[in-house]
Design a protein around this ligand. Structure first.
Ligand code: SAH
Length: 398
């Protein structure tokens, strides 16, 4: 028999529907026994019915992360093995990536694929693993073995997120988990373009695979245009605009010296030379362009997560508005603005509201041309809205 936690009256409904995150406030206080961090526990409702089972962590605001629902009594590894198989099937047979065009994608999207906190990105013959749920740490070797067997990769490298360290209390260090030590840089393919990914120093797991479809969507609005890729990281929006969209020139801006150097090298690697990479703060660089009267036909804004949690919502929304205002100021009349938010704590309505306000402050009119989100290799698990975080909008600004 597993230890159990008990929900307060009338709190069980979302979990019957499959919501995996249980916050402290919805559970009754434990009497007598204190569950261990990382322990796999049962959750019951106030009448004693089993609602599910999951990993406990007293340090995290998400006190329990459910893996099993209803009366599923299987051990964690049996359930996880099944979910990994389902995740691989989605990418291999349903999405069906053509490896000659795209060999970099998310293989396991945590709660979105029904495995709490487990992120696995595939980059050609390599996997990058990130465990954001303390209870999975003790299963890591088994997870790596299972993933390696299922994919036939050469090696698996571990990244540790700030969230895992600060909020889950993960004891892990970054490094090799399984197989061969990967090279300093791994060449990957996305939408037929080549990039170099550095597992050790790159942001997140090394490359943003969630924008793949949006990069192609935006390329569709770039014919003959001058493109600005603000918050460029690897420059992937710009390279798609040049290669697939017929943009005549691209400017990439990022504050990271590593990112700017990577953009330059990606230009050479893909024989796309009509690109200029600028290191700097986007807000300052855009002010400078506005002052000089420098304009672009297409502007892409893809800032980092500005609202990490609800508490910073107001401040973050103000920053989104400022970025969008500055972006609009360097657009030609009738130009295209692509704008993103990767903050899960910002709703679609809030984000569109910010862009609307930015246009009003600039006396511009907007037409919304396209709405996007993360790609299908980052599935949203219904009803867990938090597994969908990315907002992508394309506007014409008049
Ligand atoms: N558009 C990228 C992903 C961007 S991630 C892609 O498609 O892959 C956000 C990027 O913004 C990071 O590379 C980070 O270095 C950069 N960044 C953060 N704050 C910045 C600022 N104030 N000015 C310029 N770049 C910034």
């Amino acid at each position: 028999m597993r230890n159990k936690l008990v929900l307060k009256p009338r709190m069980a409904k979302p979990f019957w529907h499959g919501e995996p995150w249980v916050f402290d406030g919805s559970m009754t206080r434990q009497k007598g026994y204190q569950p261990k961090d990382g322990e796999f526990l049962d959750l019951r409702d106030d009448t004693g019915r089993k609602v599910g089972s999951g990993f406990f962590n007293s340090k995290s605001v998400i006190r329990l992360r459910l893996l099993a629902f209803g009366d599923d009594d299987r051990e964690p590894r049996e359930i996880i093995a099944e979910r990994i198989a389902e995740a691989i099937e989605l990418r291999r047979d349903r999405i069906g990536f053509d490896r000659q065009v795209t060999n970099a994608f998310r293989l396991v999207h945590a709660e979105g694929d029904g495995i709490p906190g487990l992120i696995v990105d595939q980059f050609g013959d390599w996997l990058v693993l990130q465990i954001d749920c303390l209870g999975l740490v003790r299963h890591e070797s088994w997870l790596a073995e299972t993933l390696a067997q299922a994919t036939g990769v050469r090696g698996i490298y571990r990244r540790v997120s700030k969230m895992a360290r600060d909020e889950e209390g993960s004891p892990l260090e970054e490094g090799l988990v399984w197989g061969e030590e990967p090279p300093q840089e791994v060449e990957i393919l996305e939408n037929g373009l080549k990039y170099l990914v550095d597992f050790r120093h790159g942001q997140k797991t090394g490359f943003y695979t969630d924008q793949r479809a949006n990069r192609l969507t935006l390329a569709g609005f770039c014919q003959g245009g001058r493109f600005l890729d603000a918050f460029s990281y690897s420059g992937a929006f710009a390279f798609n605009a040049l290669r697939h969209g017929g943009a005549v020139h691209a400017t990439a801006i990022d504050s990271s010296a590593r990112a700017i150097e990577a953009v330059e090298r990606h230009g050479e690697l893909n024989a796309l030379t009509a690109i200029e990479a600028v290191q700097g703060n986007v807000l300052r660089v855009l002010d400078h362009y506005a002052k000089e009267g420098q304009k672009f036909d297409v502007v892409s804004l893809d800032p980092p997560k500005l609202v990490p949690k609800k508490a910073s919502l107001r401040k973050g929304l103000r920053l989104y508005r400022e970025i969008n205002e500055k972006g609009m100021r360097v657009l030609e009349k009738g130009g295209i603005l692509a704008t993103c938010s990767c903050s899960g704590a910002v709703s679609d309505q809030e984000f569109e509201g910010v862009v609307r306000d930015a246009a009003a402050n600039n006396s511009r009119r907007l037409q919304l041309l396209s709405r996007g989100s993360q790609g299908a290799d980052h599935p949203e698990r219904v009803p867990h809205r938090a597994s969908n975080y990315l907002k992508f909008r394309v506007y014409r600004v008049l």
